[in-house]
Every structure is written in C-alpha cells, then in structure tokens.
Design a protein around this ligand. Structure first.
Ligand code: NAP
Length: 250
C-alpha cells in the first residue's frame, strides 16, 4: 500500500486522483482548502482516505498538515502537487495585468505552494518516492507561440517547471523522482466553458473544437496515475510530459 498526498483534492483533477489512488488500495491523504461534500462522501465509505485541511498558500497550514500526516506514517511514496488557481481576470495584455494582487496570488499558490509542500514533507521522502507537479503547457516557453495574455498563470507554471528542474538536480542522486505533467485541457471549474477560453484560442480553434478538445478530468487522473504506476518506464531525463506521456519542451 503506497502512502500518497494529493493537494487541491476536493474537486476537479485532484478529486479524480483521489478516486484513482483509492482504487489502487493506497492510503490517501487528501489535502484540501475547501472540503467538498463529494470528498466527505468518499471518505465515509473508505477508511484509506484521510482528509486534511490545507491551504498551500500558507506555510503554517502546510506545516500543520505535515504533522497530521506524520501521525499516520513515516514515509510518503507519492506527492501530487495538484492545487492550482487560474484567474479569468488575467486574460488581458500586459498593460492591464494586475501584478500586485492577481499575479502574485497565482504565483504564490501555483509555484510557491507546490514548493512549500515539498519543503514541509521533505523529511518523509526517501529513495523511491515520486513527486508529480501538475503543471500546464501554458508554462512552456518553447510551445507558447500564440498567447498575448494570461501572464499570471503562464509565469506561475513556468516557475514551477524551473523549480522542478532544480529539484531533479538535487533529488536524482537520492533516488527521488520529480516529474511535471500537463493534465490536458480539462472540463473543470478552472476552465468553466469553451466560451471562457482566451480570445486567441477561440480565434485559433473555434468554440465547437474547443468543446471537443476539453477532456474529462477522470481520464487525465487515470492517465497520470498509470504514469506513476510505471514511473520506471519513464526516461529519467524527461522532466515535462503530457498526461498521454509525450514530452513537452519546457
Ligand atoms: N483545467 C485545465 O484545463 C487545466 C489545464 C492545465 C493544467 N491544469 C492544472 O491542473 C490542476 C487542477 O486544476 P483543475 O482543473 O482540477 O481546477 P479546479 O477544479 O479549479 O481545482 C483546483 C483545486 O486546487 C485547489 N486550490 C486552489 N488554491 C488552493 C490553495 N491555496 N490551497 C489548497 N488548494 C488550493 C482548489 O481548492 P478550492 O476549492 O479550495 O479553491 C481546487 O481543489 C491545477 O494545478 C491546474 O493549474 C488544469
């Protein structure tokens, strides 16, 4: 039985990762800021699910979560750094971007939040542990040729990717794997509806195609969980991949 941490576990991709990990018989620590009824319902039926309140934007909240997890186990096998935010207000060009509030908040959650979790849980990691940072193709520099907005989100995911590169340098000799995964364009509260896509994406693909391109988060969670199951088959030099396993240039 693996011991698994999932942040942002109460809805969207995080909730589906919880279901996938429970299906595998793993002990799941679901870290969540707003705890949803759907998560409580699953925990009522499954003693392998432990719900722990945690806001990844706050060091003291993450440290409290660490102490709670530590009371169950000494070792963590997998961390899914999934918690993330996307601000629809950030779909504006640079001159209208709010770097003081929106962009700083996004960076603090998407990039520093994941790092806070890794820092807090570091004493529980050991040879064989795996860290999955849920990133986004929006954070790829080489694959970002059309966007003229979304500075906050794109910059935060690029920062997460760079931090993952440094972690790989540090953790590889210790036998700890770190991988960034783009979960695909999913239908979740984050993306809302095709109409909520950026002007550039609507011009490029059209609303009908966007609706078809958005996948169910359950599919992505299943693919990501199977990557973790087969982690030894993923070449160690790959740092950033899609949930379908293709490499993304970062
Ligand atoms: N949807 C997409 O198409 C897409 C594409 C590429 C990458 N991603 C990435 O996939 C991940 C999951 O996104 P999703 O689509 O499932 O979105 P979602 O349904 O909005 O879920 C995001 C989760 O993150 C949690 N969260 C946000 N801020 C938090 C904080 N400070 N502390 C703890 N938890 C926090 C949310 O909790 P609350 O309910 O408390 O806010 C929620 O559970 C994110 O990292 C996102 O950037 C998504």
């Amino acid at each position: 039985m693996k011991k698994v941490i999932i942040t942002g576990a109460a809805k969207g991709l995080g909730f589906h990762l919880v279901l996938q990990q429970l299906e595998r018989g793993n002990l799941v620590f679901a870290l969540a800021r707003n705890i949803t009824q759907q998560l409580k319902n699953v925990s009522a039926d499954n003693s392998n699910l432990v719900i722990i309140p945690a806001d990844v934007a706050l060091t003291e909240s993450v440290e409290a979560a660490y102490l709670k997890v530590r009371s169950y186990t000494e070792k963590i096998d997998v961390i899914f750094n999934n918690a993330g935010v996307y601000s629809h207000k950030s779909k504006v060009p640079v001159e209208e971007t709010d770097f003081d509030e929106e962009a700083s908040r996004t960076m603090n959650i998407n990039a520093f939040g994941a790092m806070r979790v890794i820092k807090a849980f570091y004493p529980m990691l050991s040879r064989g542990s795996v860290i999955i940072n849920i990133s986004s193709i929006a954070g790829s520099i080489s694959e970002n040729e059309v966007r003229i907005s979304e500075y906050a989100y794109c910059m935060s995911k690029a920062a997460l990717n760079l931090a993952s590169r440094l972690l790989i340098n540090d953790f590889s000799p210790k036998g700890i794997r770190v991988l960034c995964i783009h979960p695909g364009w999913m239908r979740t509260d984050m993306t809302r509806s095709p109409e909520q896509s950026t002007k550039e994406m609507i011009e490029l693909f059209g609303l009908e195609t966007i609706a078809k391109m958005q996948i169910d988060p359950g599919i992505s969670a299943a693919n990501i969980s199977s990557i973790v199951d087969d982690i030894d088959s993923i070449p160690k030099e790959l740092m950033f991949i899609k949930h379908t396993r293709e490499e993304i240039k970062w």
